[in-house]
Write a protein that binds this ligand. Structure first.
Ligand SMILES: C[S@@+](CC[C@H](N)C(=O)[O-])C[C@H]1O[C@@H](n2cnc3c(N)ncnc32)[C@H](O)[C@@H]1O
Length: 204
């Protein structure tokens, strides 16, 4: 519930603080992530709805988030953009959806927020609600291997921890196998800092 508090606190400032990154960095990455995604989609950790402009037109989308205040912002954005999305308050580690509910799951900058011990339970839940032939798309931060970029990220890290409860070093792909998922593709979309993980259920 600590993360809920963090995001309830920052919800009013979230879009303003993120604005330079949204325009300078994230928009094309979000567009890229949604390429080929269709059908019934789950947006896990929907936040204020930054992914709304990129939802495929013919899709049915559900957005879940732990923070009522972030969801309140998302509802305002839904109204403004006329986005068709069903928004619900839920914890990604315990979702109120039946097994195999979704053709695809997307998650942008949620796993950097989830604590290390929550990576696996969250991935297990995504695997449960995604159809066995569906795909899971996770857009996430990683520490750069470039010494200067890494140094700048290290300077930035205390603020990111305080404001967003996030870390750059979650290494989410490490937990995929234990969650019954195969890593289909890993691609850096912004320098060696933001990666897109694509995963599918293991073929048994
Ligand atoms: C960094 S924001 C990302 C929001 C949005 N996906 C984006 O790309 O801007 C992380 C979001 O995850 C939500 N969150 C954190 N822990 C969660 C959990 N256990 N279950 C569901 N949502 C969670 C937060 O409330 C917040 O809205």
């Amino acid at each position: 519930m600590l993360k809920q508090k963090t995001y309830n606190r920052i919800s009013r400032l979230y879009d303003i603080l993120d604005l330079p990154f949204e325009h300078g960095r994230y928009k094309p990455l979000r567009r890229e992530m949604f390429k080929g995604v269709s059908g019934t989609i789950l947006d896990a950790g929907v936040g204020t709805g930054r992914n709304f402009p990129f939802y495929p037109v013919a899709s049915k989308v559900f957005g879940i988030d732990l923070s009522p205040a972030m969801l309140g912002r998302a509802r305002q954005r839904r109204e403004k953009l006329g986005t068709k999305v069903d928004l619900r308050e839920m914890d990604v580690m315990e979702m109120n959806f039946t097994d195999n509910s979704f053709d695809a799951v997307v998650s942008t900058f949620l796993f950097c927020v989830l604590d290390t011990e929550h990576q696996l339970p969250a991935l297990r839940e995504l695997a449960r609600v995604c159809r066995p032939d569906g795909t899971i798309h996770i857009l996430e931060y990683a520490y750069s291997e470039n010494p200067l970029r890494r140094f700048i990220m290290k300077l930035w890290a205390p603020w990111v921890r305080f404001a967003y409860g996030a870390e750059f070093n979650r290494n989410t792909e490490h937990y995929l196998e234990a969650a019954g998922l195969d890593l289909v593709n890993k691609q850096f979309l912004y320098k060696d800092i933001i990666k897109l993980l694509t995963a599918k259920s293991k073929i048994s």
